[in-house]
Design a protein around this ligand. Structure first.
Ligand code: NAD
Ligand code: IPM
Ligand code: MN
Length: 361
């Protein structure tokens, strides 16, 4: 096993650098205790890269990512860069790095420990112990389809994107979902809009055929996206693995994140290529940036997902146990705070998780 991991840090914008700082604090501590080394290479991404290099994702940054074992990304974007268009947007930089690294599968696991059930907008009994897992296609669909464009003037002005998937793109991400289901509760719900969209009919047919040919041991059902959004809030426990395309997965996973009370809890792994990107699901949260208020747990749990893929299982487990312990003790950032909890800042939460993770090792 490699003993030194090269990690590229892309803190990005807004709360990105704040949550990355806490994630690194925790990672450094578990690395020492679990006896592996990390060498960091920090690079600009998103708005920070526009300011420094006039490019939201310079090729030099992509090269640095490709030369590392994994990438930790905070968040990109914010009001300062909102007037920019097309490839100059911070968000385009994020899409570019995902595409360049071949990260076609985005894993977004939601777990709701008992201590968080009271923080959920849903009834505690609806979410306590919940464990669901979204596999979102990440490098295709309407985010990348051509043509993209606009033409005309005034009321005649039009703009368009194209939602497009090939059989190969659907199969490879569906395999990821079926393989995860086999390691979990053996059920996949494929979410689409096959009652309206041609591209979704190809999605559904392809998933069905792959299931018949290679995964008939896994339970499979299909759901339209509008119904899935409703089912997510009335009975989330019915889901094990959700398989869906890029834009539906973006929307559905934000909704799933709130089951545990906050978007600030949901980590993700963008995988499929040679180097994975580990990134919280939330954005740069401009409304709370720079105030030491952001919840760092999604970023810290993204580090645990990174350690899973680097086969550092013990360190990954210690981080998850650390997070659970801190939540059990009642510490909450403002996004989760309720009467009876103890309000904690970004840096305090990082420190507490670090101590609890070390105690678990
Ligand atoms: P957002 O996720 O940044 O924020 C939505 C709401 O959730 C805000 O009220 C914010 O304060 C809160 N929130 C998010 N993360 C939190 C955390 N860790 N702790 C506490 N509260 C948290 O989404 P938005 O406001 O729609 O977007 C803001 C910017 O972020 C935009 O430029 C958007 O494009 C970008 N964005 C980036 C990513 C990414 O880099 N992966 C993801 C989503 C949005
Ligand atoms: C996410 C974000 C990104 C996405 C944006 C910022 C490009 O919302 O990671 O969920 O839509 O994929
Ligand atoms: Mn999103």
């Amino acid at each position: 096993m490699t003993n030194t991991y090269k990690i590229t840090l892309l803190p990005g914008d807004g709360i990105g650098p704040e949550v990355i700082t806490e994630a690194v604090k925790v990672l450094d501590a578990v690395a020492v205790a679990a006896k592996f080394n990390i060498s960091y290479n920090e690079q600009h991404a998103g708005g920070a890269a526009i300011d420094a290099h006039n490019d939201p994702m310079p090729d030099s940054v992509i090269d640095a990512c490709k030369a590392s074992h994994a990438v930790l990304l905070g968040a990109v974007g914010g009001p300062k860069w909102d007037a920019l268009t097309g490839a100059m947007r911070p968000e385009s930089g994020l899409l570019k790095i995902r595409k360049e690294l071949g990260a076609f599968a985005n894993l977004r696991p939601v777990t709701v420990p008992n201590s968080l059930a009271e923080n959920s907008p849903l009834r505690p009994e609806a979410v306590s112990g919940l464990d669901l897992f979204t596999v979102r296609e990440l490098t295709g669909g309407i985010y990348f389809g051509q043509p993209v464009g606009e033409e005309g003037e005034g009321a005649e002005k039009r703009a368009w994107n194209t939602m497009i998937y090939s059989v190969g793109e659907i199969e490879r991400v569906a395999r990821v979902a079926f393989d995860w289901a086999r390691k979990r509760r053996n059920k996949v719900t494929s979410v689409d809009k096959a009652n309206v969209l041609h591209v979704s009919r190809l999605w559904r047919d392809t998933v069905k055929t792959l299931h018949e040919n290679e995964y008939s041991d896994v339970e499979l059902d299909h759901m339209y996206i509008d119904n899935a959004a409703m089912q997510m809030v009335i009975n989330p426990r019915q889901f094990d693995v959700i398989l869906t395309g890029n834009i539906f997965g973006d929307i559905l996973s934000d909704a799933s994140a709130t089951l545990g009370g906050s978007l600030g809890l949901l980590p993700s792994a963008s995988v499929g290529g040679p180097v994975g990107i580990f990134e919280p699901v939330h954005g740069s949260a401009p409304d709370i940036a720079g105030q030491d208020k952001a919840n760092p747990l999604a970023m810290i749990l993204s580090v645990a997902m990174m350690l899973d893929t680097l086969d550092q299982d013990i360190a990954a487990k210690a981080i998850r146990q650390g997070v659970e312990k801190v939540l059990d003790q009642g510490y909450r950032s403002g996004d989760l705070w309720r009467e009876g909890n103890t309000l904690a800042s970004t840096s305090e939460l990082g420190q507490y998780v670090k101590e609890a993770a070390l105690a678990a090792l």
